[in-house]
Design a protein around this ligand. Structure first.
Ligand SMILES: NC(=O)c1ccc[n+]([C@@H]2O[C@H](COP(=O)([O-])OP(=O)(O)OC[C@H]3O[C@@H](n4cnc5c(N)ncnc54)[C@H](OP(=O)(O)O)[C@@H]3O)[C@@H](O)[C@H]2O)c1
Length: 222
């Protein structure tokens, strides 16, 4: 395989839909620390503004729609239950952009976490179906929001698996993942193979509960 040049992600404006949650605020914090302009999106401008103020580092808070318009790369970090409706309502705003999906369709009961069936195969494939004008990439499914948010944690020991059908877009998201100290972005296949990546999060939740950890994955021999 020929070595490909790592694309520059310097100065890339990152928007996060549902950025007021743990995962969104965690990613916002890490990308802002890496020097990126970051916009937190929310259904409520006030909640977005409050979350942005709390994070600091010049993070801005806007309504989801405005975050989608202003950012060049948009991360969807909403619960599975709201994923389809939110994205279908923003198809126009997200056209032409890279949309990074980190959504894990999981259920929880007294026995723990389990993967929910998804008609399209995965949340990321649902996003691709709803956003025909966007370049959908799947990533950040296994990174712990607790670690992202912890000011005592400088380095996160983790590979981020990046999936997608557009090679330039997956290259860029791999480079973006690597902006978080300790993290490597590893290409892990096309979107049709994203279902098991999302479902694997249920296993990580079980590991975390048993070992009281924030477990991540490392891919060997790369
Ligand atoms: N937490 C983690 O460690 C982690 C790790 C990897 C991946 N993920 C994935 O990242 C996503 C977000 O996780 P989270 O823990 O941050 O979730 P969360 O706190 O439950 O939700 C994130 C934000 O989504 C918005 N939201 C909630 N319900 C919505 C709906 N029906 N429609 C539109 N927006 C809605 C809310 O923001 P507003 O009310 O301000 O709009 C909320 O603050 C999930 O899909 C999860 O599977 C999480």
């Amino acid at each position: 395989m020929t070595e490909r040049e790592t694309p520059s992600v310097d100065g890339l404006v990152i928007g996060i839909l549902g950025g007021t949650g743990d995962q969104g605020r965690g990613l916002a914090r890490r990308f802002a620390l890496a020097g990126h302009p970051v916009i937190i999106g929310s259904r409520s401008h006030e909640r977005a503004h409050a979350a942005a103020l709390e994070i600091g580092h010049d993070v801005r808070g806007l309504a989801n729609r405005d975050a989608a318009v202003e950012a060049s790369v948009v991360i969807a970090a909403v619960p599975w239950e709201g994923h389809g409706d939110l994205l279908s309502g923003l198809a126009t705003e997200l056209a032409g952009k890279i949309v990074v999906d980190c959504v894990n369709p999981l259920g929880f009961d007294q026995r723990g976490a389990y993967a929910l069936p998804v008609a399209e195969g995965s949340a990321a494939e649902q996003a691709a179906a709803l956003l025909p004008g966007s370049r959908v990439v799947a990533a950040f499914h296994h990174v712990s929001a607790v670690l992202l948010l912890d000011p005592e944690v400088d380095t996160i020991d983790l590979d981020v698996l990046v999936l997608g059908d557009d090679r330039q877009a997956t290259d860029l998201v791999q480079a973006l993942a690597a902006r978080i100290p300790g993290v490597r972005g590893i290409y892990a296949g096309r979107l049709r193979n994203c279902g098991q990546i999302e479902a694997l999060t249920a296993n990580l939740v079980s590991i975390n509960r048993r070992y009281k950890a924030h477990a991540g994955l490392r891919i060997t021999d790369i």
